[in-house]
Design a protein around this ligand. Structure first.
Ligand code: 7RM
Length: 662
């Protein structure tokens, strides 16, 4: 029952109509405090008229060992940007600023969950990155080798990522909330040689075990590529260190030489791999390369966030996700920004933790996700009201469509009605922001990501690929290559072509539904495929189904996302048990824990229902659309293509008579 990318590419129109039915009107946007760095609308026309010229002009602002020969080679779906050029990302993020006399500027105000704090300057960061890079070399890591990073949000994490960039060893960061199994799969797909981790990190006051998960992931000969494990000490909890394999960070890194010659990387050398859920159980290793990626995330960071010298910028994401890669690390540091980095959860020790941080560091730009905003709304407006948030001048949103209620709350209670909100649409695959306002130029509308970034050619099309007139809904497509686009799926060029380029040949298909209003503004409507978005995390239905079915007593499972006020989407699972096993609330809970162990706690289904059968098409594909309708308590859509229409009524009856063990 696992869907392939092929079925996704040919998937029938799903929820576009239902999602786009509602037309919304809003109060006028606030006037923007006039300090915008982009204040000339002609940037859009220039980029549209001469795409390569636009990007070349921006690329000249980066630091190169050797200039490029050619801006773009485009043999759809394969793009190469700035070929012939040589540069190093860590030099652009660090050395360049130190050489320009900015060494004492703070790169990160880091704050641990227990309240420990540290300001790290650009000069200090360069030294630490150089030492770490030397340590990697001492551990046998060479240019081109992959390094897995599984860490809490401590300074060693960006240091390890930049050290990889310095020696040309692509990293693959695995979010610290993922399980040992998920970590193992990613290590094996990437064939990583080294894993960098910590004893643990702090999560709601408790030390979480990271090293223990690494041990489980690589035990025996399950990850043949791994040679060494580098372990930073964070919590001080007991860990097992295997002689000859495991090395403490403080014992190896601290004593290294403080300088390290950066590798001269080719523009198209791989900078990193980041795994993202697809429609099959196997996650996709999204490949990002050096020059185009750095260019895309630095230019968008500067212009969308209107970055000025004195800003204090906080992207409240985790470095384990692409938002952290592009906008905590690479884009922000390439621009010489002063950022905030926070280890913990937003409600520890109390739900005002974030607002306390904003007040203490006088944060001017805050970038977060709608799911976090909704959590703050739930905890209560009084927590923000206790703090002076007047330093804020710009707010950002990313990860899912922001509902107008959350937009208005963010605008009013956090932004004091004076801060513009930049709603930024992009993906792991796009590497950088693609649709977003430019503060000072673009009038915002609550709930709309507004218009494509200069040089981005986006359209909304119907199933046949015809452009939908203004006012209509359809599928988002991107018509032209862009510098920070993914270069492929690691080790699988066919899957790359099939997933993103086959539905509309020659155009990139991101998998999102969108509508455009009469002003040409884009309203993103969510995923049209079988990838769910839970609290801004992308989870594959199939991956969770596979986890459920891996339980010895489960016969079959189908997973769908249903609308959820807090998390955007919630996971609903439908499970068919093997004969001889009785459904019970206790067993439902056991299955949820099973999914948590297989993938991670964020993948745990919110509701789980035992059912005797599943609605399937004649060719045997589960009709998730119907399950979504059932889970959301909606009227059923078309059932005529079902192999056995009676199944749906049975499930519906069962779901009415009590939602099992929720
Ligand atoms: C940055 C990130 C990507 C998916 C994407 C969309 C959804 C992201 C917005 C959004 C509406 C937004 N990368 N998405 N931003 N939907 N408005 N501003 O989230 O690879 O993890 O997810 O997230 O569906 O395709 S991601």
């Amino acid at each position: 029952m696992a869907q392939t990318d092929e079925t996704r590419a040919n998937a029938p129109d799903q929820t576009i109509e239902a999602l786009s039915s509602e037309d919304r009107t809003f109060p006028p946007p606030p006037a923007f405090a006039a300090r915008a760095i982009v204040s000339d609308r002609s940037i859009y026309e220039r980029a549209a008229a001469d795409l390569e010229g636009f990007w070349a002009e921006e690329a000249a602002k980066l630091s190169w060992f050797k200039p490029w020969d050619r801006v773009l080679s485009w043999e759809p779906p394969f793009a190469r940007w700035f070929e012939g050029g040589q540069l190093n990302v860590s030099v652009n993020c660090l050395d360049r600023h130190v050489e320009a006399g900015q060494g004492d500027k703070v790169a990160y105000h880091w704050e641990g969950e227990p309240g420990d704090r540290k300001a790290i300057t650009y000069a200090e960061l360069l030294t630490e990155v150089s030492k770490c890079a030397n340590a990697f070399k001492a551990l046998g890591v060479r240019r081109g080798d992959r390094v897995a990073i599984y860490m809490p949000m401590i300074p060693e994490m960006p240091i390890a990522m930049l050290a990889c960039a310095r020696i040309g060893a692509p990293h693959t960061v695995v979010f610290g909330g993922f399980s040992a199994e998920a970590l193992r799969d990613r290590i094996n797909d990437a064939e990583a040689k080294l894993i960098v981790t910590a004893d643990g990190g702090y999560r709601r006051g408790k030390p979480s075990g990271l090293k223990v998960n690494v041990d489980a992931a690589i035990a025996g000969d399950q990850t043949p590529s791994i040679e060494k494990v580098l372990v930073a000490r964070r919590t001080g909890q007991d860990v097992t260190m295997e002689t000859g394999r495991d090395v403490w960070w403080h014992e190896l890194v601290d004593g290294q030489e403080p300088t390290c010659e950066p590798e001269r990387m080719e523009s198209e050398d791989m900078l990193y791999l980041l795994y993202t859920s697809g429609t099959t159980a196997k996650p996709k290793g999204i490949v990002h390369t050096t020059a185009g990626y750095l260019l895309g995330c630095s230019v968008t960071h500067r212009y969308v966030f209107d970055l000025n010298d004195d800003d204090v910028y906080w992207c409240a994401a985790d470095l384990g996700w692409v938002t952290g890669h592009s906008y905590i690390l690479y884009g922000a540091l390439a621009n010489g920004a002063t950022g905030v980095m926070y280890e913990g959860t937003p409600d520890y020790p109390a739900p005002d933790r974030w607002w306390d941080i904003v007040e203490r560091y006088k944060v001017t730009i805050l970038y977060t996700a709608p799911t976090a905003i909704r959590a703050h709304m739930k905890w209560g407006t009084e927590h923000a009201a206790k703090h002076d948030l007047s330093s804020l001048r710009l707010l950002g949103s990313v990860g899912e469509p922001i509902n107008p209620e959350a937009w208005m709350w963010y605008h009013r209670h956090i932004g004091g009605e004076r801060c513009p909100i930049v709603d930024t649409w992009w993906q792991t695959e796009t590497g950088a922001i693609m649709i977003a306002p430019l503060p000072g130029l673009t009038t915002t509308k609550p709930g709309s990501a507004t218009v494509p970034f200069p040089g981005v050619d986006a359209d909304v099309v119907d199933a046949e690929g015809n452009s939908v007139p203004l006012g209509g809904g359809g599928y988002l497509v991107l018509n032209k290559p862009w510098p920070s686009m993914l270069r492929g799926i690691y080790g699988n060029p066919e899957r790359y072509r099939e997933t993103y380029w086959s539905r509309y040949p020659g155009r990139y298909f991101p998998g999102d539904g969108a509508k455009r209003d009469q002003d040409g503004y884009f309203w993103l409507l969510g995923r049209v495929d079988d990838v769910m978005n839970v609290s801004g995390h992308r989870l594959s239905t199939t991956e969770i189904e596979s986890a459920l079915v891996s339980h010895e007593r489960v016969a079959e499972a189908a997973v769908v996302g249903t609308p959820d006020n807090l998390t955007g989407e919630a996971i609903s699972a439908f499970v068919i048990l093997k004969l001889g096993t009785d459904p019970s609330p206790t067993f439902g809970e056991e299955l949820r824990q099973h999914v948590a162990a297989k993938i991670g706690p964020i993948a745990k289904p919110k509701t789980l229902m035992f059912t005797p059968d599943l609605p399937k098409t004649r060719s045997g594909k589960i009709m998730r659309r119907l399950l979504r309708d059932i889970a959301a308590g909606r009227a059923l859509g078309d059932t005529t293509t079902l192999a056995d229409a009676g199944v749906v009524e049975e499930i519906r009856e069962a779901s009415r008579s009590g939602k099992d063990d929720e």
